[in-house]
Ligand binder design. Structure first.
Ligand code: NAP
Length: 497
C-alpha cells in the first residue's frame, strides 16, 4: 500500500480538473481499512460541465465526424491500451473494493475483448431497405441507425470497470459520448481509465468524462440532466426504480441492470463434484458480491444430505485473506455497512427458522472489520427473508425440492429474474428448465460466466434492456426512416399514402 493518500480530481474534457466542491470522499482498502486516495464530492455544476463537454464532443468533427471504421480504429486503440495497463487497473480495482486480485486481473485482461468486439460491430453492421408498397413501390425507403447522443452512466462498486465497459464500449461504437458517475466506494479506477483512454489511446477530449461524488449530489443531477439523451444504470433495484421513474418522466430511455436472487438448482443426476464447485463459484466467489450470485440453492431431496455435508466441508476450507495474495480464495466484504447488512440477514434467517450450518462469524485472525466467513443457511423455506431478498454477501440459502415441477415453481417464486443455474445430466430436463425459468441468463452445468457477445440482463425486477452482444449496441442507437420519392409526382394531398 502507498504510504500517502493520493488526491484525484474530476476528469472532464480530456483532463483532470478541480471540482466546485471542497468536500472530498476517502477511498479505503477494505482489507485493513487504510485510506489510500480521495476524490472530489462532485456537485450538480460539475455534472453540468461534464455534460457540456460530452455534448461538445458529440457535435465535434474529431468524434461526431468519424466514420464507423475510424470509430473502430479508436476502439482497437483502447483495447490495446487496456491490455498494456491491465495489471495496474486490476490493482486499483482490488484496492477499492477488496475483490481478489486474481478475479480483477482476469476481468481487466478481458476488457479489451469488449472494445474489439464492438469495433467489429462498427464495421459489420448494415442498414435496411424497406419494400414499401405506397405509390406502387415508387419509393426508396431505408433505415438509418444513429447514435442517441450523450449518455449518463451510473455504476456500482462490485465490478467497477467491467460494468462500465458493458456500457462504454457499445456507446462509443454507436458514436455516443459519455459522462460517468462511478460508485463513491470505487471512483479511482474510473478516473485512471479516463486518463488512459484520452492520453494513451488518443480519444478526443470530452468523449468520456468522469464526475465522482454521491448518488444524490452527482448521480441524480446526471440522470435527470436536460441534455442527457440516454441513461445507463447498474445498481440496486430500489435506486434503479427511482431512476427509471425520473427517466420516464423526462422521456429519456434508461437501461437498468439491477439486483438478483438467482436460483442454482441441483437435480440428482448431476455430477456432485462439479455441483460443489459450481455452487461455491456462484455464491462465495467475489465474497458473494455479484448481481448474479447463485444465492438460492435448490437441491433435490434425494441428494440434499450428501450435498450439504460436502458444501459445508468445502466452505470450511476456503482460504480467507489479503485479496492481493494470489492464493486467497475469499477477500473481505467491501465495506463495513455491507458487512453489517450481511450479518443482520443471517440473524433474520435464524430467527425465521433457518439453521446456520456454517459461518456467520468474523474470523479473529484477520485485520480490519470487514471479513465474514462463507455462510450456509439450511432448512430455508422459500417465503423466508433470506430466500427472497438480495443480501449481496457470502450467504447461501439452501432449500430442497421433490420434483422438477416443484423446483421450477420455487425458483420462479421471486421478484428477481437475473440468472439461474441448473445441474443435471438429463439434457431434455436441462432444456425444459431453461425454457421455463424466468431469468435473463441460464447456465447448464456451469455458473457465473459471461462474454462480450452474449446478451446479459434481467427479467422482472432485475432490470430493463440488455448489455453485451448486438442487443447491447442497440441500447445506444436510434433509428430514422428515410423515404425518397422515385415517381417524381406528388399525388392527392388530402389522403395519407
Ligand atoms: P446502489 O446503491 O444502487 O448504487 C449504484 C450507483 O447508483 C452508485 O454509483 C450510487 O452512488 C448511485 N446512486 C445512488 N442513489 C442514486 C440516485 N438517487 N440517483 C442516481 N444515482 C444514485 O448499488 P450498489 O450498492 O453500488 O451496488 C450493488 C447493487 O448493484 C446490487 O443490488 C447488485 O445486484 C446490483 N448490480 C447489478 C448488476 C447487473 O448487471 N444486473 C451488476 C452489478 C451490481 P453512491 O453509492 O456513490 O452514492
Amino acid at each position: 500500500m502507498p504510504e500517502e493518500s493520493r488526491e484525484y480530481e474530476l476528469f472532464i474534457n480530456g483532463e483532470f480538473v478541480p471540482s466546485d466542491a471542497e468536500e472530498r470522499i476517502d477511498v479505503e482498502y477494505p482489507y485493513d481499512g487504510s485510506v489510500w486516495a480521495s476524490v472530489p464530492a462532485g456537485t450538480p455544476s460539475d455534472v453540468d460541465r461534464a455534460v457540456a463537454s460530452a455534448r461538445g464532443a458529440f457535435k465535434s468533427e474529431e468524434w461526431g465526424g468519424l466514420t464507423p471504421s475510424e470509430r473502430a480504429d479508436a476502439l482497437h486503440r483502447i483495447a490495446d491500451v487496456l491490455d498494456d495497463y491491465a495489471d495496474e487497473l486490476a490493482e486499483l480495482e482490488t484496492r477499492q473494493n477488496g475483490k481478489l486480485i486474481r478475479e480483477m486481473s482476469s476481468q481487466m485482461s478481458g476488457l479489451g475483448g469488449w472494445f474489439r468486439y464492438y469495433a467489429g460491430q462498427c464495421q459489420t453492421r448494415e442498414g435496411r431497405t424497406i419494400p414499401v408498397e405506397n405509390k406502387n413501390g415508387q419509393f426508396h425507403t431505408y433505415v438509418r441507425e444513429e447514435p442517441r447522443g450523450v449518455v449518463g452512466a451510473v455504476t456500482p462498486w462490485n465490478s467497477p470497470l467491467l460494468l462500465t465497459t458493458f456500457k462504454l464500449a457499445p456507446a462509443l461504437a454507436a458514436g455516443c459520448t459519455f459522462v460517468h458517475k462511478p460508485s463513491s466506494y470505487t471512483p479511482v479506477s474510473a478516473l485512471r481509465f479516463a486518463e488512459l483512454l484520452h492520453e494513451e489511446a488518443g480519444l478526443p477530449a470530452g468523449v468520456y468524462n468522469v464526475v465522482t461524488g454521491s448518488g444524490s449530489d452527482a448521480g441524480d443531477p446526471l440522470v435527470t440532466h436536460d441534455d442527457v439523451d440516454k441513461v445507463a444504470f447498474t445498481g440496486s433495484t430500489s435506486v434503479g426504480r427511482q431512476i427509471s421513474a425520473k427517466a420516464g418522466e423526462a422521456l429519456v430511455p434508461a437501461s437498468l441492470e439491477l439486483g438478483g436472487k438467482s436460483p442454482n438448482v441441483v437435480f440428482p443426476s448431476a455430477n456432485l463434484d462439479n455441483v460443489i464447485n459450481g455452487v461455491i463459484k456462484g455464491i462465495f466467489a467475489a465474497t458473494g458480491q455479484t448481481c448474479l450470485a447463485g444465492s438460492r440453492v435448490f437441491v433435490h431431496e434425494a441428494v440434499a444430505d450428501e450435498f450439504i455435508d460436502r458444501f459445508v466441508d468445502r466452505a470450511r476450507d476456503i482460504e480467507l485473506g489479503d485479496p492481493m495474495d494470489s492464493e486467497t480464495e475469499m477477500g473481505p466484504v467491501a465495506f463495513r455497512d455491507q458487512w453489517e447488512t450481511d450479518v443482520s440477514y443471517i440473524q433474520t434467517g435464524v430467527e425465521e427458522g433457518a439453521t446456520l450450518s456454517f459461518g456467520g462469524e468474523q474470523p479473529d485472525d484477520l485485520p480490519g472489520e470487514c471479513f465474514l466467513q462463507p455462510t450456509i443457511l439450511t432448512d430455508v423455506e422459500n417465503d423466508m427473508t433470506v430466500a427472497q431478498e438480495e443480501i449481496f454477501g457470502p450467504v447461501a440459502s439452501v432449500l430442497t425440492f421433490g420434483d422438477e415441477t416443484e423446483a421450477l415453481e420455487l425458483a420462479n417464486e421471486s421478484q428477481f429474474g437475473l440468472a439461474a443455474g441448473v445441474w443435471t445430466e438429463d439434457m431434455r430436463q436441462a432444456h425444459r428448465f431453461a425454457n421455463q425459468i424466468e431469468a435473463g441468463t441460464v447456465w447448464v452445468n456451469e455458473y457465473r460466466t459471461l462474454s462480450y457477445n452474449a446478451p446479459f440482463g434481467g427479467y422482472k425486477d432485475s432490470g430493463l434492456g440488455r448489455e453485451n452482444g448486438a442487443e447491447g449496441l442497440e441500447e445506444y442507437l436510434q433509428t430514422k426512416t428515410v423515404w425518397v420519392d422515385l415517381s417524381g409526382e406528388v399525388d392527392d394531398p388530402f389522403k395519407l399514402g
